[in-house]
Design a protein around this ligand. Structure first.
Ligand SMILES: N[C@@H](CCC(=O)N[C@@H](CSC=O)C(=O)NCC(=O)O)C(=O)O
Length: 286
């Protein structure tokens, strides 16, 4: 696999570099990602790594430019990977018609519906292909020390990916995640379209492997999860996030915090991002 360097910028103690490559998971479409490597990272001394999954309408630049993660990551010697949020230019009918579906709205799942399944496989891209591509390029990243975070749709992605892969990640965190997507509007819309559900149960059983509340209910052992939600988040008020579905499970190792007065924006994320990076550093560097 040839990674093509698109740009590189000095930031914090290292560099943020954007690469592109043709992705097998996305049916051969070119995808881009940003990777922050602290000055301490090298092929002989690889850095632990944090993935940041962005939300609806975002791309690989959004979290890198506005998330406020990189100063703390640089100080702690942690690499940060920012994938895109969907395939680009798949040519699926209607994929650019609605900001909640299609382009910018991959939902970190593998589509099974005929129309979407060739290209919309962001789960495989994030969990399997990107780590392989980064390892192969010898960029100085140690995937035996891997954590994951994200915002909103990306918070759903971070939590569900962590919970679906026990032992692969040291910790997970999320800013304003969609916690129970099989029962809330964004998730119902995405799962109805992307997933070919044969069961008639409500919600269909095919949706549940992507629902963090369901996954946590059935999770064996202790997890390391931190979730922040702003009390003035409009999407919280509209019932898109449902953090109480997770907090009411009272699972050991899961902390859900309501942050007074904060909304859904990157002002909220960048306020708490340093704390989230420190949270992950505790597990990544234990
Ligand atoms: N266009 C939408 C709003 C889209 C939006 O708010 N996106 C959020 C993520 S929402 C959940 O995944 C986001 O992160 N936007 C980028 C930003 O820079 O804030 C609408 O019409 O409401």
């Amino acid at each position: 696999m040839t990674l093509e360097k698109v740009s590189s910028n000095r930031v914090s103690t290292g560099y943020l570099t954007k690469y592109k490559f043709p992705s097998t998971s996305l049916g051969g479409l070119s995808t881009q990602f940003n990777i922050f490597l602290p000055s301490s990272a090298s092929a002989s001394s690889p850095a632990p790594v944090l993935f940041y999954l962005a939300g609806l309408t975002c791309n690989e630049d959004t979290g890198a430019q506005k998330g406020g993660l990189l100063n703390t990551a640089g100080k702690e010697g942690i690499a940060v990977v920012f994938p895109d949020t969907s395939p680009r230019g798949a040519g699926v009918e209607g994929e650019d018609d609605d900001w909640q579906l299609g382009t910018g709205a991959g939902f970190y799942l593998n589509a099974t519906a005929e129309k979407w399944k060739k290209h919309y496989n962001m789960y495989d891209l994030v969990v399997k292909e990107l780590p392989e591509v980064i390892k192969e390029a010898n960029l100085g990243v140690d995937f035996s020390r891997w954590s994951i975070t994200g915002h909103s749709m990306g918070g759903h992605g971070a939590l569900s990916i962590y919970l679906k892969n026990p032992g692969s990640f040291k910790s997970a965190s999320a800013f304003a995640p969609a916690c129970n997507p099989s029962r809330t509007p964004w998730g119902i819309n995405a799962f109805t379209n992307y997933l070919d559900a044969k069961t008639r149960s409500s919600p269909p059983s095919e949706w549940l492997p992507y629902d963090s509340t369901h996954l946590l209910q059935n999770y064996q052992g202790e997890s390391n999860i931190l979730i922040d939600v702003g009390s003035e988040d409009d999407f919280l008020k509209k019932g898109q996030l449902e953090p109480q579905a997770i907090s009411s499970l009272n699972k050991k190792g899961v902390e859900v915090r309501m942050q007074d007065g904060f909304d859904h924006s990157y002002y909220f994320i960048s306020t708490f991002a340093p704390e989230h990076v420190e949270y992950h550093a505790k597990f990544l560097k234990a």
